[in-house]
Ligand binder design. Structure first.
Ligand code: FAD
Ligand code: DHB
Length: 390
């Protein structure tokens, strides 16, 4: 098989790039290890920044998002028994975010790829990258007993944190920066009315909690839990009882509970691999960087990678200009590190750290106090949350 761009990973990053390149006449093949049902069964991001929503529209996949997604102009932070609102629109100079599930946008991207005859191959095994430093890299995968070879100009590693692409770069070329947090998020999806029309991030001595949503009939809640906890340890009743304890009384009193339709634990990690290019392999999204989910930056950091790669590929194929591809890693990493800083800051502000000393706790109190006493501090939070420019 031959293609121009071979994309490893059929998550949001890989599918979005494939769709955008297709619309410019650039041929791609997407290789996905899992089945489509499996990818669509993973419950992940819920908050999209303006720039991501724009890319969905440019990819001709924004129609349902614009119809069914909710525009949120603000969110709340619960702390010290109070509920303070962050007016995103006011403090970011007019921007907002879109609440639309990653599952839904991935479904939209798959449908667009099908509609346009895009090649997305599922259930591929043993994906291996070859000759990445040459002008003619190639990729192989196993389909049953058969080894299939794909020749291409470029390989895109959009295969998430556990993918094969980053691991194909020699260790002496790659620098990995990692910070693992001593807790995870236990998430529950339930067919209940959200407790509030906007998100509530709650800082509490028992641990952080988040009230999010997918629609006015579908709620998503998270609790900070120790890394030693297992999903089986948490009955629905135990989850709702703990959530109520971490919310201000007036919010807890309104909480509608019901059976969970999904429950999972995600560990919290910050991670960046640099550079994001090796020969003709380009890393994008979670394959190159991970943030703790607190600032809703993960998918949104992937969006800027895709934007830069899309423009770099267009310049290469349509104008013979390689400046965009040559500058990709540096440009992408500059924005990635800003998302890292913001996610680390929001995580530090809102979580309970098991090994914190009283000095850390007083600083955390002061950070919160400063935030809601300074329009400039709120401006900094708002501009990062709605997304820095690409
Ligand atoms: P992935 O979604 O991981 O996709 C990679 C794909 O590659 C997968 O489908 C995988 O099966 C496939 N793959 C892996 N290995 C191979 C292989 N060897 N061969 C072929 N295919 C392979 N982000 C936000 O912006 N906002 C939020 O509100 C938010 N909330 C989150 C909440 C939670 C609980 C979690 C866990 C994450 C959240 N994120 C959020 C982060 C967001 O979900 C990720 O950043 C996003 O999924 C990254 O997309 P991706 O396409 O780069 O990687
Ligand atoms: C969701 C996840 C986040 O990490 C976040 O900051 C906001 C919302 C969610 O899954 O709804």
């Amino acid at each position: 098989m031959k293609t121009q761009v071979c994309i490893i990973g059929g998550g949001p990053s890989g599918l979005m790039l494939s769709q955008l390149l297709h619309l410019k006449g650039i041929d791609t093949v997407v290789l996905e290890r899992q089945s489509r049902e499996y990818v669509l069964g993973r419950i992940r991001a819920g908050v999209l920044e303006h720039g991501f929503a724009e890319l969905m529209r440019e990819a001709q996949c924004g129609e349902r998002m614009d119809r069914e997604g909710e525009i949120h102009d603000g969110f709340y932070i619960a702390h010290d028994g109070k509920l303070d609102r962050v007016d995103l629109k006011k403090y970011s100079g007019g921007s907002s975010v879109v609440v639309y599930g990653q599952t839904e946008l991935t479904r939209d991207l798959y449908e667009a790829r099908d509609r346009m005859g895009g090649k997305v191959i599922h259930n591929v095994e043993d994906v291996t990258l070859h000759d990445l430093k040459s002008d003619a890299p190639w990729v192989t995968y196993r389909d049953g007993d058969e080894i299939v070879r794909i020749d291409c100009d470029f390989v895109i590693g959009a295969d998430g944190f556990h993918g094969v692409s980053r691991k194909s770069i020699p260790k002496d070329v790659l620098t990995e920066h990692e910070k693992v947090y001593p807790f995870g998020w236990l998430g529950v999806l339930s067919r209940t009315k959200p407790v509030n029309h906007e998100l509530i991030y709650a800082r509490h001595e028992r641990g952080f909690a988040l009230c999010s949503l997918r629609s006015q009939v579908l709620s998503r809640y998270y609790l900070q839990v120790p890394l030693t906890d297992r999903v089986e340890d948490w009955s629905d009743d135990a989850f709702w009882a703990e959530l109520k304890k971490r919310l201000p009384e007036e919010v807890a009193a309104k909480l509608e509970t019901g059976p969970s339709i999904e429950k999972s634990i995600a560990p919290l990690r910050s991670f960046v691999a640099e550079p994001m290019r090796y020969g003709n392999l380009f890393l994008a999204g979670d394959a190159a960087h991970i943030v703790p989910p607190t600032g809703a930056r993960g998918l949104n950091s992937a969006a800027s990678d895709i934007y830069y790669l899309y423009h770099g590929m267009m310049d290469h194929y349509l104008k013979g200009d390689d400046a965009g591809l040559d500058g990709y890693s540096a440009k992408a990493l500059a924005r990635v590190w800003k998302a890292q800083r913001f996610s680390w800051w929001m995580t530090t502000l809102l979580h309970t750290f098991p090994d914190s000393i009283t000095y850390d706790q007083r600083l955390q109190d002061t950070d919160m106090d400063y935030l809601f006493s300074s329009e400039r501090a709120l401006g900094s939070l708002a501009e990062n949350y709605v997304g820095l420019p690409f």
